[in-house]
Design a protein around this ligand. Structure first.
Ligand SMILES: Nc1nc2c(ncn2[C@@H]2O[C@H](COP(=O)(O)OP(=O)(O)OP(=O)(O)O)[C@@H](O)[C@H]2O)c(=O)[nH]1
Ligand SMILES: [Mg+2]
Ligand SMILES: [Zn+2]
Length: 300
């Protein structure tokens, strides 16, 4: 019998069967999918075959997105499978989301060819300065080609975001405490899942959501996921990294050398664009940080 994995706790899975019923399933210890090394062989969004309450097969995925928790860890985790887009929820304060985190997330979504959307949340508590910074960041990411939204999940007015989610399966991700679950609840107009406070001492989330779960909304679906700290690089070749920074890739076509890494080569168009301010320093720093990971992994 066939069904869709809608919740994953790590040790068990809730599978929504084609007849609409939900079955709690397990996988046998030796269950593996060829070609992917990950801590979870089955993820939310997977279509599976079940036998009793055992998952016995996973259908080929349209796509999936993997995260490695840190650069050094060899373990990777499939965040979700068969998704139409990823939405990164960002707060520039309470808690702080770094641009490196944003860019690593975007680069990963590029690597897996999954469209990404940036949602700046908690507008209601941003100072004027912080709001100006949000405008700046939105302008930057829009200029690169990403869709961005600025919202307050607790104060409603979510029609712009509803338009973006309509008809699609969207994975919600971001640091702990940015308001992913709050946004989910707001979209449903009722409490679908728990939310948690930001710690007073550290101004960080407390990892309230611990499972990934898919929720069906009108003609689409939203997957709420546990907050993440870091975003290690996926396996990328050094030459590949610039492909995942759209504007660096575009400008890099004019470099003197075809294999330019945009670090210290003569005739580098990216360096020139940096000086002219046509490429943002923050983006270039994120690019360098991913490039650095590749160097590191070469010697592992
Ligand atoms: N002022 C304000 N607070 C918000 C907003 N959105 C969320 N919060 C608060 O931020 C805190 C964390 O929200 P959650 O929805 O639990 O955050 P999360 O991203 O799901 O966090 P994890 O599940 O830990 O990954 C809660 O106290 C929310 O009430 C917002 O738009 N404005
Ligand atoms: Mg949550
Ligand atoms: Zn170059």
């Amino acid at each position: 019998m066939r069904g869709l994995v809608i919740k994953s706790t790590g040790s068990s899975y809730i599978v929504r069967m084609d007849d609409g019923s939900d079955v709690e399933c397990h996988i046998k210890g030796n269950f593996r999918i060829r070609g992917i090394r990950s801590t979870n062989p089955v993820a939310v969004g997977d279509y599976v075959q079940i036998d009793d309450d055992w998952i016995v097969d996973v259908e080929e995925r349209k796509n999936y997105i993997i995260r490695r928790s840190t650069n050094l860890s060899k373990e990777s985790h499939i965040l979700a499978a068969n998704i139409d887009q990823v939405a990164l929820v960002v707060t520039i304060n309470h808690p702080i989301t770094s641009t490196i985190f944003i860019d690593r997330f975007l680069a990963t979504s590029e690597a897996y060819r999954i469209p990404a959307l940036l949602i700046f949340n908690k507008l209601d508590i941003m100072t004027d300065e912080e709001s100006a910074r949000i405008d700046e960041l939105r302008e930057l990411y829009e200029s690169i080609g990403y869709t961005t939204l600025a919202i307050s999940a607790i104060s409603g007015h979510l029609s712009a975001i509803q338009d973006q989610l309509s008809g699609k399966v969207t994975l919600l991700s971001g640091n702990s405490g940015v308001g992913k679950s709050t946004l989910l609840n707001a979209l449903f107009g009722k409490e679908m899942t728990r939310t948690g406070k930001i710690s007073d001492a550290h101004d960080k989330g407390m990892h309230t959501t611990t499972f990934s779960e898919m929720y069906f909304l009108n003609d689409g679906a939203i997957i709420d996921t546990p907050g993440i700290k870091g975003f290690g690089s996926v396996d990328m070749q050094r030459e590949e990294v610039s492909h995942y920074f759209r504007e660096i890739f575009r400008v890099g076509a004019d470099c003197r050398f075809g294999n330019c890494t945009h670090t210290n080569e003569p005739g580098c168009a990216v360096q020139e664009a940096l000086i002219k301010g046509n490429i943002a320093i923050s983006r270039y720093e994120s690019y360098l940080s991913l490039l650095g990971d590749c160097e590191e992994s070469k010697y592992r």
